[in-house]
Design a binder for this molecule. Structure first.
Ligand code: URA
Length: 487
């Protein structure tokens, strides 16, 4: 038996060197035991480095894809990962295609471990909340986070870009990351008692969260999936979640009770069934194939925008909405919330939809580009218009959303949306306000983007343009009133 001692939980170079040596010496996977120096595993035997392995001349190749996969999997907390990776390396020498064989148990396990790492990295990007200690020139921001896997080094570059001009530390039980504005450094993990528990920024988060919380769009289970309860204890806004949900449920209850006082319309038989039959109920929830697409998009790396954005902001709405509304890209608030159109442009859209007589929950709302593009300016992130390569890179997501939802009418709001919907640059001024038939059967209405209205400095022009926007949306309302699917 050969015992290999790695320097740390994420010692990829050590694993790679040892694995190469073992393979060159013909040591079968079953004859190797892997341990981490100072790790949690009890050491039954002294952990002197194995000296019986000889440097052997020669070389062997494994697919580059395996190296990428191994670099991710090594961050997993499963103690068997080193052995599993070595077994795969051993097997790959005689079967280079093994990683394409999704049914192979080792391939499937490694892929699922790599997915868990990517998911954990997303969660860290989205749920780290800094608290300020010290003020002004001495300000330092500290966050506490408990990752599931050893991902602190993987996730740290995101925070160096995102919070480039503040000094921060992210404390975790495994490893702590620190940024002084120039360089990132790491120190051993600490206990939670080292982390500050509240600060003056807390209220800002809570106010912001309460402002984007929309009871009409409350889907408790989906929300808990996106923001698992395990992270709640470190989120300043978490204290609001329960009361906000309760309030939403109370309001819904009151609305139902109030409705009962109105004279009731005769119910169609399908309506009654829809409420009592769980499968029929799911008509109004997100389809699993849309959900699978959303999960896939969460890992999108088709252009560089994912690097600085908090998360992919995917579309939202009923699975067979007859109308799909397409915006440009998520803004600051959407990027943080992971939902389209919840910030100022979203509020403008909500107001105009209401005025046109459209219930937002009946339409599918998405963006042409699904990551926030911005430049940091001090504490702010300034929106940047997406460029053609970014629009093109993101277009397959729009096309796949459209293929699943199959809307009868697509509303392109602004030039970026129109470029994505038509697959080419289209002048908004010349096309707006009339329904255009595309070759693939899609009907498209082009209009302005709601944030255009927010940018107009002149009040009179703003009121006029707002009216024009509502007029365009009335075309959508007329379509909805005729569509069998909108009922
Ligand atoms: N602007 C957009 O185009 N989309 C959003 O989701 C928010 C602002």
């Amino acid at each position: 038996m050969h015992t290999i001692t790695l320097d740390g939980e994420t010692d990829f170079d050590g694993w790679r060197k040892a694995a190469r040596l073992l393979a060159m010496n013909g040591v079968a996977p079953a004859d190797v035991s892997w341990i981490v120096a100072g790790g949690d595993e009890p050491e039954l035997f002294p952990t002197e480095q194995d000296t019986s392995l000889q440097e052997v001349q020669g070389t062997f190749n494994v697919p580059a894809q395996f190296v990428d996969l191994a670099q991710q999997v090594i961050l997993h907390r499963d103690p068997q990962r080193f052995a599993l990776l070595y077994r795969m390396l051993w097997r790959l020498r005689s079967n280079h295609d093994l990683l394409h064989l999704a049914t192979d148990p080792d391939t499937a396990k490694l892929e699922s471990m790599a997915r868990a790492i990517r998911r954990d990295e997303h969660k860290m990007h989205a749920f780290v909340r800094f608290r300020e200690i010290g003020r002004d020139a001495k300000a330092h921001f500290v966050a506490w986070f408990e990752p599931e896997h050893h991902i602190v080094e993987l996730a740290a570059p995101f925070f160096t870009r995102r919070f480039a001009d503040m000094a921060w530390s992210i404390l975790t039980p495994d490893l702590c990351a620190h940024w002084d504005g120039h360089e990132v450094s790491f120190s051993p993990g600490v206990d939670k008692s080292m982390a500050p528990s509240s600060d003056r920024l807390e209220e800002t988060w809570r106010t912001y969260y309460a402002s984007i919380f929309n009871p009409a769009r409350l889907k408790t289970r989906a929300m808990q999936k996106e923001m698992p309860k395990k992270y709640w204890r470190n989120l300043p806004e978490a204290g609001l979640i329960k009361p906000l949900i309760e309030k939403a449920e109370r309001i819904t209850g009151e609305m139902i009770a109030a409705e009962a006082l109105e004279p009731k319309k005769p119910q169609r038989r399908e309506d009654t069934m829809a409420r009592s039959h769980p499968a029929a109920e799911s008509e109004h929830t997100e389809d699993t194939s849309l959900k699978a697409l959303r999960d896939e998009a969460a890992d999108c790396r088709a252009c560089h925008l994912w690097k600085d954005a908090t998360q992919t902001v995917f579309g939202e709405g009923p699975k067979h909405a007859s109308v799909m509304m397409v915006g440009e890209q998520p803004g600051d608030k959407e990027d943080l919330a992971g939902k389209p159109f919840v910030g100022p442009a979203g509020q403008m859209l909500d107001k105009a939809l209401k005025e046109a007589g459209i219930i937002r929950e009946k339409v599918y709302v998405t963006n042409a580009v699904k990551h926030f593009k911005f430049v940091p300016r001090g504490k702010f992130r300034l929106h940047q218009k997406p460029a053609t390569p970014e629009i093109k890179a993101c277009r397959p997501w729009y096309e796949r959303e459209k293929a699943l939802v199959k809307p009868e009418l697509v509303v392109a709001m602004g030039a970026t949306a129109a470029q994505s919907v038509f697959g080419k640059i289209v002048p908004v001024g010349k096309t707006r306000g009339r329904v255009i038939d595309l070759d693939d059967g899609t009907r498209v209405l082009v209009t302005v983007h709601p944030s255009y209205l927010l940018r107009l400095p002149d009040e009179v022009a703003r009121a006029r343009e707002y009216e024009n926007f509502v007029e365009d949306l009335r075309i959508v309302a007329a379509h909805l009133s005729k569509s069998a699917r909108a009922a």
